[in-house]
Ligand binder design. Structure first.
Ligand SMILES: [Zn+2]
Length: 149
């Protein structure tokens, strides 16, 4: 695969947003649960792989304050997303509490997407060559594949 990591991440963000919209509109509980699990299975490996590739390289290879700041702030968002998923796993999907917690998750994911695509992508474009971004894309795919098994 010869795709820049930024393209892969962007496509996965679109996919997650699409699933969120479907979950919000869903009136059938079985379908809602199914879509929720799809979202979780897509997003947890996404953030973990992002952390281990793009963010790790911004911290390790680029010795600028800005690069470290954006990568660390992304790390805070990862933790929030993980926590919200584990809260949702322990609430009945039929309850109002589930819906209100899901709204928080939705908000946090959108914040993650905005931060990625504005701050992180801009920083990465400044710091890494196109070849490096493609190499990171391969690394990302490899880690994600491992996490999915
Ligand atoms: Zn992302």
């Amino acid at each position: 695969m010869n795709e820049s990591i930024l393209t892969t991440l962007h496509n996965e963000h679109k996919h997650a947003e699409d699933l969120i919209n479907q979950i919000e509109k869903c009136t059938d509980i079985v379908q809602k649960k199914e879509k929720y699990l799809q979202l979780k299975d897509a997003l947890l490996p996404h953030i973990e792989s992002e952390k281990r590739t793009l963010c790790a390289h911004l911290i390790k290879d680029i010795h600028s304050k800005e690069a470290i700041n954006v990568a660390e702030s992304a790390g805070d968002r990862y933790k929030e997303i993980k926590n919200l998923f584990s809260r949702l796993d322990n609430i009945l999907i039929e309850s109002d509490e589930w819906d209100s917690t899901f709204r928080k998750l939705n908000f946090t994911i959108r914040k993650h997407v905005n931060e990625d695509e504005a701050a992180i992508f801009e920083e990465a474009k400044m710091d890494f060559s196109q070849d490096k971004l493609i190499e990171l894309g391969r690394e990302f795919a490899k880690i994600q594949k491992k996490l999915n098994h």
